[in-house]
Design a protein around this ligand. Structure first.
Ligand code: PLP
Length: 428
């Protein structure tokens, strides 16, 4: 793909610095001029099926007319207002609607503007919860392979890797434990119990660790761990930034669990992928620890665009679409199509660990030659899929599908067929 660069590519290269991108070797940044449904269109009109939902955010397809209409109306009514000392209908309505769908102990909504900040707010709530109660709790539990975002607090509770290497000495101390399974669960409980008195909170991605490569673990084991944390009075932060809004086949990962977390984090699909927004919700117990005549007990946190009315409106519109019977049926249908496809896919000699939860499908590309070899193959696979008009961005040696829910049965079959063809082509 070493085509002559278009003028937009050239101008982009002159001024822009892209995320997670080594700019020296980034030679194929594609200018997109339009998005419609599951397709993105480049300058030449070539269309790409966005089966990664543009980094897992797009729920109902690109440029959805209903969401666009609602944002437009809001834009002409109230585009932004300071959220300290003021409020507005979209923020109140979105909080009311969201809380109705969450575990019954979730009572208050705190707005920010992305997944990382939703996590920062959650961590600050837990640390200050202890502080406000004059308890010294400085340790935090997180899972190995976790990813909670790129700001400093979020990096601290994420697995250390070459992404976080330059900052390691600046990150706070976190105790990492394995994700639970039927064999290690008792051992995990012992590790937790040993430190329980010093622990401010436990943060986890429920059921699937997205950025680490769609690593999945059982609801039953997580539930058992949550129950134990509850008994040990350890606050739980359930990071549903990725799993929220239908990805796991249910509205939230929480719907697979009977235990309730103290705090939950949302972003990505929250606005259907149209506007940046983050939400941290919490229980009454958390909120009450800040409720005081003493100013020092206030949660001193906020962002310029806290509860931006346009983003809240996008959230309202997207949630309305999500709850429609048609969308719910699409989610079930994608889930079923994935599980049928896994039967064929699992037999392919070039892959292993084909796995699925709801609309998320993932598998490992077998290399047998170590990671550096895979990095080259990964690039080739990415380009091969692009040429076929499909956006698949491998995570290490993991290939995955996280499609918008409006993908048709035929379009999904087309993607499956292409996966099998590409695997045949790359079979060693
Ligand atoms: C993407 C992600 C985040 C970070 O969200 P950003 O909006 O990219 O900052 C946090 N937690 C999880 C589980 C995520 O997948």
């Amino acid at each position: 793909m070493n085509k002559v660069k278009t003028s937009l590519q050239k101008r982009d290269k002159d001024v822009n610095w892209h995320p997670y991108t080594q700019m020296k070797t980034a030679d194929n940044i594609i200018p997109i001029t339009k998005g419609k449904g599951i397709y993105l269109y480049d300058e030449e009109g070539k269309k790409y099926m966005d089966v990664v939902s543009s980094w897992w955010v797009t729920l109902h397809g690109h440029s959805h007319p209903y969401i666009a209409q609602r944002i437009f109306e809001q834009l002409n009514t109230l585009e932004q207002v300071i959220f300290a000392g003021f409020t507005h209908e979209p923020a109140v309505q979105l909080s009311e609607n969201l809380l109705k769908l969450l575990p019954s102990n979730q009572k208050k909504v705190f707005y920010s503007d992305n997944g990382s900040t939703a996590v920062e707010v959650a961590l600050k709530m837990c640390i200050q919860f202890a502080h406000n109660k004059e308890k010294k709790k400085t340790k935090i539990f997180a899972f190995r392979n976790a990813y909670h975002g790129d700001t400093f607090g979020a990096m601290s509770v994420s697995e250390k890797s070459f992404w976080t290497k330059p900052f390691e000495s600046m990150l706070f101390e976190v105790v990492f434990i394995d994700t639970p399974n039927s064999e290690n669960i008792e051992d995990l409980k012992i590790q937790i119990k040993d430190l329980a008195d010093e622990v401010a909170c436990f943060i986890y991605e429920p059921l699937v660790q997205g950025a680490a490569g769609m690593l999945m673990y059982d609801a039953e084991d997580l539930n058992s761990l949550m129950k134990f944390c509850r008994e040990q009075k350890i606050l739980m932060i359930q990071d549903e930034v990725f799993t929220g809004f239908g990805r796991t086949g249910k509205l939230f990962a929480a719907n697979h669990l009977s235990e309730h977390p103290d705090i939950m984090c949302f972003s990505k699909g929250l606005t259907g992928g149209t506007m940046p927004m983050g939400i941290t919700t919490c229980s009454k117990e958390i909120f009450d620890a800040f409720w005081s005549d003493d100013q020092h007990k206030t949660l001193f946190h906020g962002h310029s665009f806290t509860a931006n009315p346009l983003a809240c409106t996008a959230g309202l519109a997207s949630m309305e679409l999500l709850l429609k019977e048609e969308t719910q049926m699409n989610i079930q249908r994608i889930t079923q199509q994935h599980s049928d496809f896994i039967k064929t896919l699992s037999l392919h000699p070039q892959i292993e660990n084909a796995r699925q939860i709801g609309t998320i499908l993932a598998f490992d590309f077998k290399t047998g030659h170590g990671t550096s070899y895979f990095n080259e193959i990964g690039k080739k696979l990415y380009n091969e899929f692009l040429q076929r008009g499909i956006i698949m961005r491998p995570l290490g040696n993991v290939l995955y599908l996280v499609p918008p829910y409006c993908i048709s049965p035929e379009e999904l079959k087309f993607v499956y067929q292409n996966i099998l063809e590409v695997l045949d082509q790359f079979n060693d």
